[in-house]
Design a protein around this ligand. Structure first.
Ligand SMILES: NC(=O)c1ccc[n+]([C@@H]2O[C@H](COP(=O)([O-])OP(=O)(O)OC[C@H]3O[C@@H](n4cnc5c(N)ncnc54)[C@H](O)[C@@H]3O)[C@@H](O)[C@H]2O)c1
Length: 263
């Protein structure tokens, strides 16, 4: 087991990538604190982990509220005595071109996607430092490495997540705390699956743009998070790990040979 006896907290673990990561961590021996503002999703994930023989507790929190972040870290400590792994993963994203975004949408995207990641990291460091060890894994995105039409606030947030990962890594590298991030490409989680139902044309074009020609699966991101959180990544810190079916490797330039992506 790759996370035997570790204590892990995952935000946004009631669905999608966070759910896959929570189940993977539990299978690998960690006790998992499943955090979500969606009680139904979070409790379902905990029940499924327990049914499979794992250890998990649900904690309701809206990570857009700093006091709730303090409570969630305190809950992990109270429940399990310490915290070894923090996976910042929950998200809110407003959609619209830069000139059309509202201040409210921009602010909420930053509060949940960036400020919360920093504040949870700050609170977790307070718990990890006395033991001189810990691993933090942030969910960034390929949207943190380049721009997307209509996702300006999210792009700013994810670029911020990539860089706060680096700062956390260098500042705590000699204190036993590692910090890395994963940059997924388009993944088949509920938001994209819902879009596939309502706008199959858009999701069809997304798949076409991905060299592998398909969406990623949540498990394919959980596998990366597992590596980064585990002691196997003991010399890895400050890294961003792209898992996107080749999307970010493409410059966006159309084929000079006229041959399409399925050539
Ligand atoms: N799905 C993709 O294509 C994709 C691509 C790149 C990056 N990501 C990133 O992966 C992460 C997970 O996304 P997902 O696709 O699994 O989404 P998802 O919607 O399936 O899961 C997100 C979970 O976060 C919870 N959540 C939202 N706001 C919250 C808050 N304020 N407090 C607590 N919980 C909250 C939701 O209730 C939900 O259960 C996000 O950081 C997202 O930006 C996703």
């Amino acid at each position: 087991m790759r996370l035997k006896d570790k204590i892990a907290l995952i935000t946004g673990a009631g669905s999608g990538i966070g759910e896959a990561t929570a189940k993977t961590f539990a299978r690998e021996g960690a006790a998992v604190v499943v955090v979500d503002l969606n009680d139904e999703g979070g409790q379902r994930v905990v029940a499924e982990i327990r049914k499979a023989g794992g250890t998990a507790e649900f904690h309701h929190a809206d990570i857009g509220k700093p006091a709730e972040i303090e409570h969630m870290i305190a809950f992990a400590e109270k429940q399990f005595g310490r915290l070894d792994i923090l996976h910042n993963n929950a998200v809110f994203a407003t959609v619209g071109h830069i000139g059309d975004l509202t201040l409210e949408g921009w602010q909420k995207t930053l509060d949940v996607g960036l400020t919360a990641y920093w504040y949870a990291t700050k609170c977790a460091i307070g718990v990890m430092l006395p033991r001189g060890r810990g691993a933090i894994v942030n969910t960034a995105s390929v949207s943190g490495l380049a721009g997307d039409y209509g996702l300006g606030a999210y792009n700013a947030v994810k670029a911020g997540v990539v860089n706060i990962t680096r700062v956390t890594a260098i500042e705590y590298a000699r204190k036993g705390i590692r910090c890395n991030c994963v940059c997924p490409g388009p993944i088949g989680t509920p938001p994209l699956l819902r879009m596939e139902d309502s706008r199959p044309d858009i999701v069809g074009r997304i798949k076409e743009a991905i060299p592998m020609g398909r969406l990623g699966q949540p498990q394919e991101i959980a596998n990366v998070v597992l590596f980064l959180a585990s002691d196997e990544a003991s010399f890895v810190t400050g890294a961003f790990f792209v898992a996107d079916g080749g999307l970010w490797a493409h410059s966006g330039m159309p084929s000079l040979t006229g041959q399409g992506p399925d050539w």
